[in-house]
Design a protein around this ligand. Structure first.
Ligand SMILES: Nc1ncnc2c1ncn2[C@@H]1O[C@H](COP(=O)(O)OP(=O)(O)OP(=O)(O)O)[C@@H](O)[C@H]1O
Length: 304
């Protein structure tokens, strides 16, 4: 488990992380979401002891990172692709890491297999594609078989096959009962990968809830209906006491009535219907709506 309590980081006049508190539980993928500059990387760096908090605490299984004995066996992280010396061959990099952390060499073979790194294991890390560098970074993170894993924007720059592989890996690590925290600035990506969402903006917590609850709470569901006589349709709906509004493309968005009721109302008024169906606002729209104030505030204050 990861516990962040009142975590704050100030860089000069800029508050990168501002009194953040949340928990990351085992057995599920927790998506750590926020627009660019929201403070995700800074938070992860503080959890990993790479940055010192201005205030507050970040604990892994009840202890700060610096107090963990054999940290590679407690927590693994992919913070930036690779991390290996460019001239060093991938297998040698992993063997060196294993040796310096008293991890048996047999585990190196296992993580190479697990990450699909075999074809590149004998090559120098400097010539790696981003996809291979990511796999090497993940192999290193998994070396100590840690119960807690952090990934900072792991799908950035990956091709579709790499993205699919990464999603599967994150899900299987969580299914094994590990604590998995994954940052992203793309809601659509977390929608397919995460079970739980922690959303931040401008260093502050905006939402912390199961993904399904997020969808239910923020993704308004409505009946979309297109008719050549929208004004008459709006009038009929209003007289029936059903809320509706005109959407951006001219179709009507009706809430509080199901498809059948809307269709029957149209028929009763002799209105032609060209299109009708239930739809819901996308997760991406909901994410933009929630984080928009933080983004606007940020560009206003920082003059970016
Ligand atoms: N070492 C640093 N010195 C000064 N300011 C920093 C430093 N690191 C981060 N910041 C600032 O802190 C804020 C949060 O940055 P951070 O990288 O944590 O955000 P992020 O959510 O990870 O964004 P991104 O997705 O763009 O990486 C930004 O305004 C950034 O410019």
């Amino acid at each position: 488990m990861i516990e962040v309590h009142d975590l704050t980081k100030r860089y000069g006049r800029r508050l990168a992380v501002d009194g953040l508190s949340f928990r990351v539980r085992p057995g599920r993928v927790t998506g750590f979401l926020g627009p660019n500059g929201a403070g995700k990387s800074t938070t992860m760096r503080m959890i990993l002891g790479l940055d010192r908090p201005t205030a507050g605490t970040a604990l892994i299984d009840g202890r700060p990172y610096r107090e963990l004995a054999e940290p590679l066996r407690r927590v693994g992280a992919l913070i930036e692709a690779g991390g290996a010396h460019r001239g060093r061959r991938a297998r040698h990099h992993l063997l060196w890491l294993a040796r310096s952390n008293r991890i048996p060499a047999a585990r190196v073979r296992e993580v190479i297999e697990l990450t699909g790194l075999e074809p590149a294991a004998g090559r120098r890390a400097g010539g790696f594609s981003l996809g291979m560098a990511q796999r090497l970074g993940i192999a290193a993170a998994l070396l100590g078989d840690p119960p807690v894993l952090l990934f900072d924007e792991p799908v950035n720059g990956l091709d579709p096959e790499g993205v699919r592989w990464m999603r599967g890996l994150l899900r299987s690590l969580a299914a094994e009962g590990r604590t998995v925290l994954v940052s992203s600035h793309l809601m659509a990506e977390m929608a397919v990968t995460a079970d739980h969402l922690v959303v931040i903006g401008r260093g502050r917590l905006l939402a912390d809830l199961p993904k399904d609850d997020f969808v239910e709470r923020h993704c308004r569901s409505y009946v979309r209906v297109r008719t050549p006589e929208p004004e008459r349709m709006l009038d009929a709906l209003a007289r029936a006491g059903v809320a509706a509004r005109t959407g951006p493309d001219g179709a009507l968005e009706v809430t509080g009535a199901d498809t059948a009721a809307v269709g029957e109302l149209a028929a009763a008024h002799g209105l032609a219907v060209h299109e009708i169906g239930r739809t819901s606002a996308s997760l991406e729209e909901a994410f933009m709506r929630i984080t928009a104030p933080a983004v606007e505030h940020s560009s206003g204050r920082e003059g970016r």
